[in-house]
Write a protein that binds this ligand. Sequence first.
Ligand code: PEP
Length: 254
Amino acid sequence: MRKPIIAGNWKMHKTISEGLFFAKALVTNSQIREAAAQVDIIIAPPYTAISRMAELVQNAPIALAAQDIFWEEFGAFTGAISAPMVKDAGAKYVIIGHSERRQLFQETDAMVNRKIKAALQYDLIPIFCIGETLAEREAGEVTAIITKQLQSGLSELTMAQLTSVVIAYEPVWAIGTGKTATPEEAEAVHLTIRNLLVQKFNPEVAAMVKIIYGGSVKASNSKELLSKPNIDGALVGGASLQVDEFMGIISHIF
Ligand code: PEP
């Protein structure tokens, strides 16, 4: 049984005090413990807020994620943040290969693979993002793109390591656009991903991997998406910035 995940990706939003305000509202929500028995709740704030938010949620069933890491441990890499640094700040997860990193910061599949390996080395759970652009979907290339991203991103990982990876299918055309893949479209790709994991690893390991969906998920459309057998949760951008909306998505699971 795969425990679902609802993860909020705040991107470049919220100061430390805004992050603390949100975390406090979540921690004091009367339903949070009941919810957390059924769903893993994760927030990925900007780096600057991780440490203070980690103090606030330390006794609550809420985990924190970093939005990215660099693969080196330390050194002359101005502006970069490493896996041990975000771990030290209180992150348990790290988002890797988000399409905004790939498109705006020229991250390649090879770089994504190095980051995933660095995360695993420091006991961070990677939330590994993959997904096709609209042009690729219209050209009928979804499976080819997903296969390439998956093969490269998971290259040289052991089976044991794979069970610690969360895969996020995020069609690029659905991120921040208000357009969501239909539950059927998303489920079809999630099933393709699981079948690729069966081929690359084995059925038992593939059945353990959580595959979550991202792309304009909100309270009003999450119920149907989350009801699909291979959709193990959601990575939520815009709708994770408001407590009520975020809790609305979570409430569809418990
Ligand atoms: C995301 O940032 O991963 C995302 C899915 O954003 P949004 O929910 O705003 O589309």
